[in-house]
Design a protein around this ligand. Structure first.
Ligand code: SF4
Ligand code: SF4
Length: 604
C-alpha cells in the first residue's frame, strides 16, 4: 500500500525504478542526476529489495553493467548527467543496434542554464544520433511515471530508452502518490546469440535496418503520442511544448486567458516524433510555436519549418533555460497579446564561487603556485575547478583531461626546446574515472610533469558519494577498496608520494621535490590526502583543529585574501586590516603559514 510523499524529482525517478521492477541500477555521480542512485539505494533498503545498486567508476562502465543485466532479461537502468552521457555514448550507440531483452532505461539529466555543467548540451540529440527513443518529463511525478512507461517501451520494441529530465525536474519537490513496489521476480537468463550480441559488421548492417523499422513503429506507439492538453481550444495557431516548458506553458496560458483559444500540445516523446502528429499539426494549423529545452529537436523534425516559430527562426532563445517569464513573453507575442514582447536570454552568473573555508584543495593550490610559480596548470572537473580563482588552474576540458593535457603541453614545449614546469590537478574520483589511461600514456611516452591527485576521499562536488578507494558503496554497504598508491605505481610512475596539504610548509617542500624530479626524470605524482571538510560520512582521523586570530602585525596588504582566498579571511575596511570571520572559519589553521608578516596566529 503506497502513501503520499513529498519527493525530489530524482527520488521520484528512483521510486519509479523500484516500483517497476528494476533489478540492476548503476550510475556515476553528476549534478543534476546524483540523487537518483542514492535514492534507489534508499528505496532498496526500505523495501528490502533484491537488487544490485552501484556507484560505478564512470558512466561508460555504469551503462555497460546495467546493459548486460538487460541482455540477461532483467530490467535495468543507468543514470548520469548530460556530459556523462558523452562518456557512455560509445556503448549506447552499439546497444541501440543490438537491442535489449529486459527493459533498459538510460536516464540522462540535462542542465539548461547551465547551472553546474561544462556545456548545455541536449541529451535528446545524442538519443537521435544513437537512434534510441527519448522521453521528456515535465515534473517529478511525470518523471516517475515515465520511468515505468520507458521500461515498457523498451521491452515492447527491445531497444534502450532514454529518459531526459532537466535540472528543474530533478531538483523540484512534489507531493506524489507513488505506485506499489513489487520485488522483481525474474531470473537472469542470458540466451546466447552471438550473431546479435557479438555482431560483426555484416550483421550490424542487418541490425541497423531492424532498428530503423523499430523507430518507425515507435513513431506510431500510442502510449507516447503527443497530447492535446486543452481539447476545447481552436484556431489556426498552436503551441507545441515538451519537458518543463510544457508545465510552464500550461500555467501561463491559463493565466493569460488563452486556454480556450490556443491549442497546447505536449510532446512526451521528442524523438522519434510521432509521424501522424507531424501530419496532423501541419494540416490543422498555419503557425506553430515550439517550446523545448535546449536544442530544437522537435522543431527540426517538423517537416515544414517555415511555419514554425522556434529556436531556428530566432523567435525562441537558443541559449539558457526557458524560464517562466521567458515562456510567458513568447506565448504572449505568438498569440498577439498586448504587452512587452521582446525576449532576451536570462543573464548567467551570480556570486563568485569559491572553495569552502578549510578546504584542503586551497592549500594544495597555494603550494603548487609556490613550487612552480611560472608553471602551466591543467586541471579537471570537480570542486577544485574553483582553483581558477586562486590562479592554480589554467585549463579545464573534461573528466581526466588534466592528465592528457599536461602530457600534450609537455610534448608541445619539448618540440620548441623549452621545458616549463607543468603541474596538473585531478580529484580522486576523477582520477579513477578517466585519469588512469592518460597517466599510463604519459609514462610510456616519457612526458614530464607533476600530477597532484587531490584526494579528499570522496566525490565532493556532487554530494560526497564514495570513490573506489572508500571501501563502501551505494547506501554505505562495505566494498573492497582500491589502493591508490599501488595503482599509481603499477602505471609505471617512479615518484609517488603522499602529503597532507594542511601541513603547508611540509607540503610545499614535497611539491618542490616533485617539480625538481619531473624536470629531469618523468612523471611525478603527489597524492594530496586530506578529508573534505563538509563530508559528514567520513569516519577516519581529521587534522587537529587550530583556531586562529589576526594580530596587530597585520598591515592590510591583502596578500592572504588575494593569494589564499579563504572566505573566512575578511578585510575590515574600518580597521584597514584582515579579521577572521569566526562563523565560517573551520579552524584549519592553514592561513598561519600564508601571511608573510606572520600576523595570523594560532590561538594557544
Ligand atoms: S593577515 Fe598578513 S597577509 Fe593578510 S592582510 Fe594582514 S598582513 Fe597581509
Ligand atoms: S583557519 Fe584560516 S584558512 Fe582555515 S578556515 Fe579559518 S581563516 Fe580560513
Amino acid at each position: 500500500m503506497s502513501e503520499r510523499m513529498l519527493l525530489l524529482g530524482n527520488d521520484a525517478m528512483a521510486h519509479g525504478l523500484v516500483e517497476n521492477g528494476c533489478s540492476v541500477v548503476a550510475s556515476y555521480p553528476g549534478t543534476p542526476a546524483s540523487e537518483i542512485l542514492s535514492g534507489v539505494a534508499q528505496w532498496q533498503a526500505r523495501y528490502q529489495l533484491p537488487m544490485h545498486v552501484e556507484w560505478a567508476v564512470n558512466e561508460k562502465v555504469a551503462l555497460e553493467i546495467a546493459y548486460a543485466a538487460s541482455q540477461a532479461g532483467l530490467r535495468a537502468a543507468t543514470a548520469m548527467k548530460q556530459v556523462g552521457l558523452n562518456v557512455a555514448s560509445d556503448p549506447l550507440m552499439s546497444a541501440a543496434y543490438l537491442g535489449v531483452k529486459g527493459g533498459f532505461l538510460v536516464i540522462s539529466a540535462d542542465d539548461p542554464g547551465p547551472h553546474s555543467s561544462q556545456t548545455e548540451q541536449d541529451s535528446r540529440l545524442t538519443a537521435m544520433a544513437a537512434k534510441v527513443p527519448v522521453l521528456d518529463p515535465d515534473s517529478p511525478e511525470h518523471a516517475r511515471r515515465l520511468t515505468g512507461l520507458g521500461l515498457e517501451l523498451s521491452e515492447a520494441f527491445e531497444v534502450p530508452v532514454m529518459l531526459r529530465p532537466t535540472t528543474r525536474v530533478c531538483h523540484a519537490n512534489q507531493d506524489i502518490l507513488p505506485g506499489a513496489v513489487h520485488p522483481a521476480v525474474r531470473r537472469a537468463d542470458f540466451v546466447k546469440d552471438p550473431q546479435r550480441w557479438a555482431a560483426t559488421p555484416v550483421h550490424r548492417y542487418r541490425l541497423h535496418l531492424a532498428l530503423e523499422e523499430k523507430l518507425r513503429k515507435i513513431a506510431a506507439w500510442e502510449p507516447t503520442a503527443p497530447q492535446l492538453l486543452n481539447p476545447g481550444s481552436g484556431g489556426r495557431r498552436a503551441v507545441i511544448a515538451a519537458g518543463v516548458a510544457a508545465a510552464h506553458a500550461r500555467e501561463i496560458m491559463q493565466d493569460l486567458g488563452l486556454w480556450e483559444v490556443l491549442p497546447l500540445w505536449q510532446v512526451v516523446q521528442p524523438y522519434p516524433l510521432h509521424t501522424a502528429f507531424i501530419e496532423q499539426v501541419l494540416a490543422a494549423y498555419d503557425e506553430l510555436l515550439v517550446l523545448e529545452e535546449t536544442v530544437g529537436v522537435i522543431e527540426m523534425q517538423l517537416a515544414d519549418r517555415g511555419r514554425v516559430r522556434g529556436k531556428r527562426s530566432g523567435f525562441v532563445p537558443e541559449v539558457g533555460e526557458l524560464l517562466p517569464e521567458t515562456v510567458a513573453r513568447l506565448i504572449a507575442d505568438f498569440a498577439a497579446v498586448p504587452g512587452e514582447l521582446s525576449v532576451t536570454a536570462p543573464a548567467g552568473g551570480g556570486r563568485r564561487p569559491t572553495l569552502c573555508p578549510g578546504c584542503p584543495h586551497r592549500a594544495s593550490f597555494y603550494a603548487i603556485k609556490r613550487a612552480a610559480p611560472r608553471g602551466i596548470y591543467p586541471s579537471d572537473i570537480g570542486c577544485y575547478t574553483l582553483g581558477l580563482n586562486l590562479g592554480g588552474v589554467d585549463t579545464v576540458l573534461c573528466m581526466g583531461a588534466a592528465v592528457s593535457q599536461a602530457a600534450g603541453f609537455y610534448h608541445a614545449y619539448r618540440l620548441s626546446g623549452e621545458l616549463p614546469d607543468i603541474v596538473a590537478t585531478v580529484g580522486d574520483s576523477t582520477f579513477f574515472h578517466a585519469g588512469i589511461p592518460p597517466l599510463i600514456d604519459a609514462v610510456v611516452q616519457d612526458a614530464r610533469f607533476v600530477l597532484v591527485i587531490l584526494d579528499n576521499s570522496t566525490t565532493a562536488m556532487t554530494g560526497n558519494q564514495p570513490t573506489p578507494a572508500s571501501g563502501c558503496g551505494a547506501g554505505g554497504v562495505p566494498t573492497a577498496a582500491v589502493d591508490m598508491e599501488a595503482l599509481v605505481a603499477a602505471c609505471g610512475v617512479k615518484f609517488c608520494r603522499v602529503g597532507q596539504p594542511g601541513d603547508l610548509p611540509a607540503f610545499i617542500a614535497l611539491m618542490k621535490e616533485a617539480v625538481a624530479f619531473a624536470r629531469t626524470d618523468g612523471v611525478a605524482v603527489v597524492i594530496a590526502r586530506q578529508p573534505c571538510v563538509v563530508d559528514r560520512s567520513y569516519r577516519g582521523a581529521r587534522p587537529t583543529p587550530r583556531a586562529v586570530t589576526v594580530s596587530d602585525a597585520c598591515n592590510g596588504c591583502r596578500y592572504c585574501i588575494e593569494q589564499f582566498e579563504c572566505p573566512a579571511l575578511v578585510y575590515d575596511e574600518q580597521r584597514q586590516r584582515v579579521v577572521i570571520d569566526t562563523l565560517t572559519c573551520s579552524d584549519c589553521g592553514v592561513c598561519t603559514a600564508v601571511c608573510p608578516r606572520l600576523a595570523i596566529e594560532e590561538i594557544p
